[in-house]
Design a protein around this ligand. Structure first.
Ligand code: GDP
Ligand code: K
Ligand code: MG
Length: 271
């Protein structure tokens, strides 16, 4: 049976959506080694199982509990991802989206809290966003179930198979280091090498742990330090982490500029 992972920031309606999409539970327990609840359900149309990942803002874990999603991407087999996104807080939510798109699995976005976004005067052109990201973006209100059938339909349609791996341009220095690192990584069933390299340079400790077992740890650290120093010198970057973050943030700002308009407050217009 196909497996779909449900990923998103905390408090974006993940549990509400999980309940809308699944008819029955297959498993409820804990993720190995942590006190985080693990829920697996069967989609209502019986097409696949749905795996609920813990809510996170970034794949770069700050705690053991937050590492569950990264460990999942590093070692589990799955078919596709539903990324639930809070439409009223797109800017913050799209950061995880970018990290997931860099991973490159078939993905769709469930654009949740559309009622809240509307109430706040945000007009989101979801079709524009879909065409920019080249994945389905489905507006939903998970609390009432609005739009959730469309998610099931899209999962079954095969449209997500065309999901491209997002390839942001991190500039010549980092791109060269990414290429050098990716070249060193050999193995069966590896996650995408470019994604591993980026997560390593970003400082993801779980990825560092994995890569240290695959290649020369000293070489790895030297590459990281040299890359960071060069970026500091030529781009004034405070750290590799912030450099990567800023590149993603710029990309997100561009996405929002093209797909979101804030309607002028009626009261303001009249006064
Ligand atoms: P989780 O923390 O990501 O699992 O999110 P929950 O499903 O627990 O939802 C968090 C809160 O947001 C709950 O009070 C939900 O009822 C509410 N919620 C979920 N989806 C929507 C939605 O589309 N619109 C509104 N207004 N509230 C929602
Ligand atoms: K919650
Ligand atoms: Mg929840």
């Amino acid at each position: 049976m196909a497996s779909v992972a449900l990923a998103g920031n905390p408090n974006t309606g993940k549990t509400s959506l999980f309940n809308e999409l699944t008819g029955s539970y297959e498993y409820v327990g804990n993720w190995a080694g942590v006190t985080v609840e693990k829920k697996v359900g069967i989609l209502k149309n019986k097409q696949a199982r749905l795996i609920d990942l813990p809510g996170i803002y970034s794949l770069h874990p700050l705690s053991r509990d937050e590492g569950v999603a990264t460990r999942f991407l590093l070692s589990e087999e799955f078919t596709s991802i539903i990324n639930i996104v809070d439409a009223s807080q797109l800017d913050r939510n799209l950061y995880l989206t970018v990290q997931l798109l860099e991973y490159g699995k078939p993905m769709l976005i469930g654009l949740n809290m559309m009622d809240v976004a509307k109430h706040r005067g945000l007009a989101i052109d979801h079709e524009k966003l879909a065409s920019l990201l080249q994945i389905p973006v489905i507006p939903i209100i998970a609390r009432t179930g609005t739009g959730c059938d469309k998610i099931l339909e899209t999962l079954g349609s095969g449209r997500m198979a065309a999901t491209p791996t997002l390839r942001l341009d991190y500039g010549p220095v980092l791109e060269e280091s990414i290429a050098r690192l990716a070249e060193r990584l050999q193995g069966e069933n590896l996650p995408p090498k470019r994604w591993l390299a980026l997560q390593y340079f970003e400082g993801n400790p779980l990825v560092a742990e994995m890569l240290e077992t695959m290649t020369d740890g000293e070489w790895l650290q030297r590459l990281r330090i040299e890359t960071e120093q060069t970026l500091a010198r030529i781009a004034g970057a405070k750290s590799l982490d912030t450099y990567i973050r800023d590149t993603r943030r710029n990309y997100i700002a561009g996405l929002l500029e093209q797909s979101v308009t804030r309607k002028k407050d009626v009261d303001q217009t009249l006064s």
